[in-house]
Design a protein around this ligand. Structure first.
Ligand code: AMP
Ligand code: GLY
Length: 456
């Protein structure tokens, strides 16, 4: 259950005077919204859309253990595109919001849009900005969007020869979708050679590794910036910082993300303006120019280098766990711009309103994650009205909550400062129990250090 108490109901007031109001497009009465996906990001989307439209009827594909009671289950998987479109049509759903990248890369938005169904998420050709790193890098190169220098290879000997010449540190990436595991940051040439051999020579990465991108190692802090876009205009959201490594102090292997916080003080209004001018707007314009108009949510993963912000990667959907901190801080409606974009409208002139404080989320993961992990373990979450517990890998087993994934929960706290939010999130994470629970106790450490170790 997500605790709702302790929050100011005025937070949900709408702030998009120029956008169309929310009226059901196909049905008389209640607005019907389907969320595709069932992780922590989708739980946060569900929570926010529920606040934006308390009377809406919400549906989720195969809801996790925390979504039950908040939405009506739809017994179809995110990948069952045809069946989902049929279900949406038969049930008069007004809006479908797609959470994960896989159905977008498989063309769910094309399928829905071609049937006249309002869907939030880019078409397949536009989703390639995430599903093909070689396409994304080429796009940035063609349009002068700042990113690491790179080369693309599909033949092992060529990649090996290039690596010997380029030296280390260097970054080796499988071009296709690899669930966050396709990037190897290599300190030595030997490590890099091993990575390309595994991708181009082995079978560990499947088709995702048939092409590799070898790129320059960039130094700096990372920043995640989400932008809502109608294909022309962009509405940047509050920047967040993810914690990708499994261990405290950025140690151990990369994960999907072990925690996040927002806002990030490095992301000044000037920096954000530069990101919009040099990255977000040119990318959306480039996609349109190349015949792949991007409508939906563009996620820019940036490296704040000495020479300015440069793109590490683009994603074609909301980030996880950044969504779990960004949406609780969004005071204005998410539904209004999302619906406008999904219906093919314009967000020109729209604004987003943010809460003044900070948010931090701590991910609780199963033992062994990001490697193999057990599942089916009982989870106990004490009542805690001070935090939002977003479920990711949980399921309801005959009325008992049990683990069902690597990342199990994301515990979000709001407070006046990042330090306070992180402290509250950590304290709540300590009180939740399941066997083998692991989590980072240093969420927000960079920001806390910047603020002088405590209260900004
Ligand atoms: P990606 O999946 O492309 O976001 O990469 C995963 C992580 O690898 C990023 O969040 C960075 O921490 C790191 N990374 C990727 N590319 C680079 C790069 N060119 N330089 C430094 N670190 C990188
Ligand atoms: N948090 C990283 C991602 O969503 O890709």
């Amino acid at each position: 259950m997500v605790a709702q108490r302790g929050f100011d109901p005025h937070r949900t007031r709408l702030y998009h005077p120029r956008l169309r109001s929310i009226t059901p497009s196909q049905t008389a009465g209640t607005v019907k919204i389907l969320i595709v996906g069932n992780g922590g990001r989708e739980h946060a989307l569900l929570w926010k859309l529920r606040r934006d439209a308390p009377d809406a009827e919400l549906f989720v594909t195969q809801p996790n253990g925390g979504m039950r009671g908040l939405a009506t289950p739809v017994p179809l998987a995110p990948g069952e595109i045809q069946a989902l479109a049929g279900w949406v049509q038969a049930n008069g759903v007004d809006l479908t919001v797609v959470g994960p990248e896989a159905p977008l890369a498989a063309g769910i938005a094309d399928h829905f849009a071609d049937r006249g169904l309002a869907v939030f998420g880019p078409r397949k050709a536009a989703a390639e900005i995430e599903s093909s790193k070689s396409f994304a890098k080429g796009l940035m190169q063609r349009h002068g969007i700042p990113t690491a220098e790179f080369r693309v290879f599909d033949q092992l000997p060529d990649a090996e020869a290039y690596l010997r010449e380029a030296g280390a540190p260097v970054v080796v990436k499988a071009s296709g979708l690899a669930a966050g595991k396709g990037v190897v940051v290599c300190e030595t040439v030997a490590e890099a050679l091993m990575a390309v051999r595994e991708m181009l020579g082995g079978s560990a990465y499947g088709t995702a590794g048939a092409q590799v991108v070898i790129e320059e190692f960039m130094r700096g802090e990372e920043l995640s910036v989400f932008a809502l876009t109608d294909g022309t205009d962009v509405l940047a959201m509050l920047p967040a910082q993810d914690h990708k490594r499994v261990g405290e102090g950025e140690t151990g292997p990369n994960t999907g993300g072990m925690g996040a916080y927002a806002p990030v003080s490095l992301a000044t209004p000037e920096l954000l303006e530069r990101v919009e001018r040099d990255v977000l707007r040119p990318t959306i314009a480039a996609m349109a120019e190349e015949g792949r108009p991007f409508r939906g949510l563009l996620y820019a993963g940036l490296m704040l280098t000495e020479s300015g912000p440069r793109v590490v990667e683009f994603n074609c959907r909301f980030g996880d766990p950044e969504t779990q901190v960004v949406l609780p801080l969004l005071r204005s409606s998410l539904l209004e711009p999302v619906l406008e974009i999904a219906r093919g409208g314009s967000i020109a002139g729209a604004r987003l309103e943010w809460e003044p404080g900070a948010a931090a989320t701590t991910v609780l993961a199963s033992a062994g994650y990001p490697g193999d992990y057990p599942s089916g373990l009982p989870v106990h979450i004490p009542e805690d009205p001070g935090v939002l517990v977003f479920h990711a890998g949980t399921r309801d087993e005959d009325g008992r909550l049990v683990t069902s994934g690597g990342r199990v929960l994301a515990v979000t706290a709001l407070a006046p400062t990042v330090a306070d939010a992180a402290e509250r999130s950590r304290a709540a994470a300590e009180r939740i129990s399941f066997e083998g629970k692991q989590f980072r106790r240093d969420i927000g450490w960079r920001e806390i250090a910047r603020a002088g170790g405590g209260h900004a």
